[in-house]
Design a binder for this molecule. Structure first.
Ligand code: SF4
Length: 492
């Protein structure tokens, strides 16, 4: 069975955009995949956990030779009633594996497992495609459902799968889509035969439900600076302008746009540097000694690991803290990084209150994140609450001068994120280059690698821990450098 041409993931890609599958087959090398590691890992863990939802089950092991999976499924099906995970079927070169199949005497119940906390439209297409294959093979599909994460579940003791998952019955929707699926499959078969690159207009489908990895390829003929480079403008608004033929910076200048968008374009075209000294000075006066620079790293797990946690809660596992005790004083550093596989929140909170005295000025970049985590810790630990809330209330956001565009250059590309502000203020400074860090280069990597730390050997863990410490340390060092730069510009 080497000629299986459609799988459920391929089918869903075509539902999003016909050209995606054509590109997968003919120009795969053009794909630029955005890091979705933690999303994929959560999906795998959730899928494996969900297998036990209905009790004992038999699993069809993955095999590159899909016909082997189909043959194994056939064997298991004979033992009805039973529960089969990854039950695999092929109808007319359309292949699918069903996450959970309840093989009852009088027919099937199928469950598609998702690590999301909501049912997206694309999931309905996914399930409907599976129903199409099973029905065409002559099976009775009594029920088709989506099993997804209940974000209101709070873990109390042992993990409760019945509480963690929500099941939505989508049988009627799946049945109503059957004719359309047949049509779509015929269309896809024709489409896949063509060697001529299809024309496909870019639109919201390039980002919904998932960001397409061919975006750069499909927009290669647009001018380098175009409407899609405008920071913080909603995608729908961008496409509205694009569809009207308004996409160059010159064209956009004639539009009645929000001041931020307008300013981004104007500064880009004029090379002007905006520095509002009085506003920056007033802001800097709020930063008093001893001065602390704080940054947290967190990870999120779809499956709550500890008592009192909920799906996708941000669990802080690390912080970096630079500080200067008095004017002209030495720059010092403290840090915390949890051991793998433990609930580190108490340890982290205890160390944080040891490291940051009460009533001192603390800065964070985009402080709502740090403040949110500190508040959560304060609500967990009554004895540390007062001190933690004192830290919380003394945080000043170092992002403010950039958010308010009191300091702005074209290199910031309309953004106030530290990842844009830092290289704009310190171009080509190797000391501040995240790319040259060992192991971890961004928050997503930190999150993903820490969540899996326990799976590495001791030696590897040491290297990773060093990488995490260096990464987080650079985050607060970068804040110190930004603060120094602001000091410089107000003195000039
Ligand atoms: S970028 Fe848009 S048009 Fe191009 S393949 Fe992806 S979804 Fe289709």
């Amino acid at each position: 069975m080497n000629n299986i041409s459609l799988s459920k993931s391929r089918y869903c890609r075509v539902v999003q955009c016909n050209k995606m599958l054509w590109m997968d087959i003919n120009k795969k090398e053009e794909a630029i995949d955005k890091a979705r590691d933690s999303v994929l890992e959560n999906g795998t863990k959730v899928g494996e956990l969900a297998r036990g939802y209905f009790g004992d089950f038999v699993n069809v092991e993955y095999n590159k030779d899909l016909s082997k999976m189909v043959a194994d499924t056939k064997k298991f099906l004979k033992d009805a009633p039973n529960i089969i995970t990854e039950a695999s079927f092929n109808y007319d070169n359309n292949f699918c594996s069903v996450d959970i199949l309840k093989n009852d005497i009088d027919g099937f119940e199928i469950y598609e497992v998702k690590s999301s906390t909501e049912v997206k439209d694309i999931y309905l297409d996914d399930v409907s495609y599976q129903v199409y294959i099973l029905k065409n093979l002559g099976f009775n599909v009594k029920k088709a459902s989506i099993m997804y994460i209940n974000n209101e579940y709070i873990r109390k003791g042992k993990l409760d799968l019945k509480q963690l998952f929500t099941i939505k019955d989508v049988t009627d929707i799946a049945n109503s889509k059957q004719d359309k699926i047949k049509e779509k499959i015929c269309e896809i078969n024709e489409y896949m035969k063509t060697k001529v690159e299809p024309e496909e207009k870019i639109s919201m489908k390039c980002f919904e439900p998932y960001e397409c990895s061919y975006w750069e390829y499909c927009t290669k003929n647009l001018p380098e600076k175009n409407v899609f480079c405008i920071a913080k403008m909603g995608k729908k608004d961008k496409f509205e302008l694009y569809d009207k033929g308004i996409y160059t910076y010159e064209d956009l200048l004639n539009e009645n746009l929000n001041w931020r968008y307008h300013q981004q374009i104007e500064v880009d075209l004029s090379n002007e540097v905006i520095i509002k000294k009085d506003e920056i000075k007033e802001f800097m006066n709020k930063l008093t000694y001893p001065l602390y620079f704080l940054d947290f790293e967190t990870y999120q797990s779809a499956i709550p690991e500890y008592n009192g946690t909920w799906p996708y809660e941000q669990i802080p596992f690390q912080y970096s803290l630079h500080y200067i005790e008095e004017e002209g004083g030495e720059l010092k550093h403290k840090e915390y990084l949890a051991e793998a596989g433990i609930d580190s929140r108490r340890e982290l909170a205890e160390k944080l209150v040891r490291d940051i005295p009460e009533n001192v000025c603390v800065t964070a970049y985009n402080m709502s994140f740090e403040k949110g985590r500190i508040k959560e810790l304060a609500s967990l630990f009554e004895d540390l609450k007062e001190h933690l809330l004192n830290i919380h209330n003394n945080i000043v956001d170092l992002m403010i001068p950039f958010f308010n565009r009191w300091y702005y250059t074209k290199e910031m590309q309309g953004s106030y994120s530290i990842k844009y502000v830092l290289p704009a203020l310190f171009p080509n400074d190797p000391e501040l280059d995240y790319h040259s860090l060992p192991v971890v280069h961004n928050g997503g990597e930190a999150m993903s690698i820490f969540a899996n730390l326990g799976n590495y050997s001791k030696e590897e863990q040491e290297k990773i821990r060093y990488g995490l410490l260096e990464y987080c340390k650079l985050d607060t060092y970068a804040m110190v450098k930004i603060w120094e730069k602001l000091n410089e510009v107000i003195k000039e």
